[in-house]
Ligand binder design. Structure first.
Ligand code: HSE
Length: 309
């Protein structure tokens, strides 16, 4: 029904969780992006306004929200169109799923305006188109938790198989987001296309250990498993102060810590809110000592992803 409007938000996410490159991600409570959508019968997508970030394109072909809505309109029928305004609460190039949150909000909002036409899997696929534009790779480890909340495993991309994992009740996440930017495409370009078998064995041991730890609510096992032998060794050089911030998180009692997504944000998982507050304080002091401005967030794993706002 043309003229119908909706305002939705979708949260920042921490993807990879060290050992789960491209297959694991969790949703935070904040920060988040907000998207206002209006259904039209023009068959076009118009981006009226982008607030909170001056350098994103309003050309729908060059904007993650635009490409997601164009894909949604192609699936829904040729006269389906959208007008949209975007409020960025998550800075692009942050490593906490900025493009993923916008893409998830667009897919979620379009689905509601179209009478819940799409399945969860279809919404994830739509949002992945935004990631394809933003980074050249249609990964789902940010968009799936941004849409669905919780901790998500992408068991398979072809066919897409999204699995919601158990969230232990005391699990908290701390994120330090330095005022620097890393393009996901650049960070992906640093990775080898082949992984030696010995490295793969260590990585999938940790991945399985982390999933088992979540289900057993075994916080020590979760912590032991938060090690990345594949991406972090190549990418950490891009993040000034990474080793110090990570080691400080561990000294302050974090279960484990690593690069959030493709960086530069650094995340730590903690047991309980008090521990998370202490870890955030320590990580913040470590980042401050590097003379780099930053934002800090502490959040339980958010059970809700995209939602009406
Ligand atoms: N899994 C992706 C990567 C996340 O590490 O490149 C990017 O946000």
């Amino acid at each position: 029904m043309a003229g119908k409007r909706i305002r939705v938000k979708a949260p920042a996410t921490v993807s990879n969780l060290s050992c789960g490159f491209d297959v694991l991600g969790l949703a935070l409570d904040e920060p988040f992006d907000v998207v206002d959508l209006e259904l039209t019968d023009t068959g076009t997508v118009v981006i009226d306004d982008i607030r909170g970030c001056g350098r994103l394109s309003r050309d729908p072909e060059q904007n993650v929200v635009g490409v997601v809505l164009k894909a949604a309109s192609a699936m829904a029928g040729s006269s389906t169109g959208f007008r949209v305004s975007i409020e960025k609460g998550i800075r692009p190039g942050s490593g906490i799923g900025s493009s993923g949150a916008s893409a998830a909000a667009a897919a979620f909002g379009a689905n509601l305006l179209l009478g819940e036409k799409f399945t969860s899997s279809e919404m994830v696929r739509l949002a992945m188109e935004g990631e394809r534009l933003a980074s050249g790779s249609a990964h789902a480890d940010n968009v799936a938790p941004a849409l669905l909340g919780g901790i998500i495993l992408v068991r398979s991309y072809e066919p897409l198989d999204i699995v919601r994992l158990h969230v232990p009740p005391e699990l908290y996440c701390v994120v330090i987001h330095p005022e620097t930017e890393i393009k996901t495409s650049v960070a992906r370009g640093l990775l080898e296309s082949q992984v030696p078998l010995t490295t793969a064995v260590r990585q999938w041991g940790n991945l399985a250990g982390l999933v088992a730890g979540l289900y057993r609510e075994d916080y020590d096992l979760i912590g032991r498993s938060l090690i990345d032998f594949v991406a972090e060794p190549k990418r950490s050089v891009l993040i000034e102060g990474f080793d110090l911030v990570r080691s400080t998180a561990m000294e302050c009692g974090a279960l484990g810590a690593g690069i959030s997504g493709s960086g530069p944000s650094v995340f730590a998982l903690c047991r309980g809110g008090d521990s998370a507050a202490a870890v955030m304080k320590g990580m913040s002091e470590a980042m401050k000592s590097q003379g780099i401005g930053f934002d800090a967030y502490v959040s339980p794993v958010s059970r809700r992803g995209a939602q009406v706002w």
